[in-house]
Ligand binder design. Sequence first.
Ligand code: ZN
Length: 163
Amino acid sequence: MAQIKHCLHCGHELSTKSINGRDYLACPVQNCEYVFWNNPLPVVAALIEYRGNVLLARNKAWPPKFFGLITGFLEKGESPENAVIREVKEELDLDARVEGMIGVYPFPEQNQVIIAYHVSAEGEIRMGEELAEIKSVPPEKVRPWPFGSGHAVKDWLDKRSHH
Ligand SMILES: [Zn+2]
C-alpha cells in the first residue's frame, strides 16, 4: 500500500508523533500540525443468494483458488445499502435486493471496516471487468475463510442453520 511521506497541507516532510498512545505521521511545522489519521475505510460486502445458491467471486487481483464476496467502496454521498446494490449490478449485472445486514467487521490488515449484507439477486449473470471467475455454491457447501468478509459468511451460515 502506498505510504504518504509529505504533509498534504504544506508539503513538509512528516514525522512520527504519538497521540493518545498511538503513533501517527504528523507535520512538525508549527501552525500546520497536519495529522495523517489513516482512518479505516468502510467497504460493503454482498453475500448473494441467487437461485438457491450463494455466489462467490474471484477477483482478477486475487490468488487462483481464492473466492470471496462481492465487495466495494462507497461513492461520495452514497448509502451502504445503495453501494452494495450498485456493486452487485456492476460486477455481476444482477438486480439485488437487500434482505438484511449481517454485521460490521473490522479488517485491520487492510485498514478497512466491512459492512456485510445478505442480498437476493435476479437476472442473468454477466461478469464485470474486475472479476476472473464466479461459482455458484449450495449454502451448506460454503466454507467461510478465516479473515475479512469470511467472518460475515460464517455468521450468516450459523444464523441460517439455527432456523
Ligand atoms: Zn504541514
